[in-house]
Ligand binder design. Structure first.
Ligand SMILES: Nc1ncnc2c1ncn2[C@@H]1O[C@H](COP(=O)(O)OP(=O)(O)OP(=O)(O)O)[C@@H](O)[C@H]1O
Ligand SMILES: [Mg+2]
Length: 171
């Protein structure tokens, strides 16, 4: 199969617009990348690479297509994620000046204990930042943390629990 790697967006046979991730192999098997304008859930067991894959999608979006991105970190601190990614040579500090923003959103222990956790403040900050940098890609890592705290039935109900260990991105 031939994929035009210079194309920012391409449509598949069902006319679905795709945004390339810049991840070689992935864009080929998905025939162009992730559906644009939609939300994609990445699920998988601990350590399978969800965080790195989502981050790489933001990094390549910024580098190849000039699309600013925001990484909302629910689980690990932004500092730790940046440190973990250093070995991939993506030059995050340079991207962080304009094209890549990390939002630390780990729930505070005292709020969890009091049951006072809510997403309103974080979402307001996210919306303001997204407007400011004209974000085209947003990653939520990892949504299972939030859904559990919100007592979401999808996260806490039987079979789905294992599936909710994921990152959630919008392109
Ligand atoms: N494409 C890759 N090439 C090389 N190493 C990778 C790749 N993707 C992930 N890793 C490494 O695998 C380890 C786990 O990756 P990552 O943190 O992305 O997993 P995860 O699925 O988000 O884990 P968790 O469920 O604990 O959040 C890290 O040390 C990371 O650097
Ligand atoms: Mg992770």
């Amino acid at each position: 199969m031939n994929v035009d790697h210079s194309a920012k967006d391409r449509r598949n046979t069902s006319n679905l617009l795709k945004a390339r991730t810049g991840i070689e192999g992935f864009d080929e098997i998905t025939r162009g990348g992730l559906p644009r304008g939609r939300t994609t859930l990445i699920e998988g067991g601990p350590g399978c690479g969800k965080t790195i894959m989502s981050l790489q999608t933001l990094v390549r979006g910024a580098q190849l297509d000039n699309e600013p991105g925001i990484f909302v970190a629910f689980e690990e601190s932004a500092e730790r994620i940046v440190a973990n990614a250093a070995k991939f040579g993506w030059d995050l500090p340079k991207l962080q000046k304009k094209k890549l923003f990390f939002l630390d959103a780990q729930p505070k222990p005292e709020l969890i204990q009091s049951g006072g956790f809510d997403l309103g403040g974080m979402l307001a900050a996210l919306e303001a930042k997204a407007r400011e940098i004209k974000a085209r890609r947003i990653v939520f890592d990892a949504v299972d943390v939030v859904l559990t705290l919100l007592n979401d039935p999808v996260a806490s109900g039987g079979k789905s629990t294992g599936c909710m260990n994921g990152c959630w991105g919008r392109t």
